[in-house]
Design a protein around this ligand. Sequence first.
Ligand code: GLP
Length: 241
Amino acid sequence: MAEVIVVGSRSAAGALVAEAIERLVQQRPDAVLGLATGDTPLPVYRALAERVRAGLDLSRVRGFALDEYVGLPVTHPESYHAVIARQVTGPLGLEPAAVHVPDGRPLGIETAGERYEDAILAAGGVDLQLLGIGTDGHIGFNEPGSSFASLTRVKTLTRQTREDNARFFDDVEQVPVHSITQGLGTILRARRLVLLAFGRGKARAVAAAVEGPLTASVPASAIQLHPRATVVVDEEAAAEL
Ligand code: GLP
């Protein structure tokens, strides 16, 4: 059963999780962070950037992003390579090379998952994995039907996910159809999971993930299998718990 913390605001959630990350980095200066994209983790990155300005040293920290679109050039502003640079490595002053993002280039895509898994293992595994949740219950881009044992691989995005992410593009047709994502098995290997969710639109997915049955139809329910999973939600996202 995941620990659930209900907070009053997104910034309170950001402050709480940034504090946990600071404690981790104090114990382990070369900690490995699992990084999520999307709107949800932004308050964490903002709060962490404040701590860096206040003296927190992240220079030895390494990171692994959860996922990437397939076929979107890394120079595209909505590629997760670009998003991680803009929202994480830049503001936190990390070396761009310290943070890995799955390789979504079509050439060599069939081996990209294995290469990513190898890189995570070589780094010693992920200490703390940040997660958002899709309205269909996905984590990373593990759409409904994903195996709990899955590793990094190509996944087809659901129409719902593409519509949810259309806000980052001109229209839904511009949203790539495929992604490369850490699997649920990859995510479960992280030593700690922190799933964040805000807003009424996430309430159903959060309740299904935290209190529903373990099922591939709700990929985020996999977090129930993890011995150290924390869910940080605002009142709205907690509405159906
Ligand atoms: C996206 C990402 C996920 C993210 C989720 C929620 O498609 N691949 O990693 O957690 O969907 O996004 P948001 O935080 O913008 O609501």
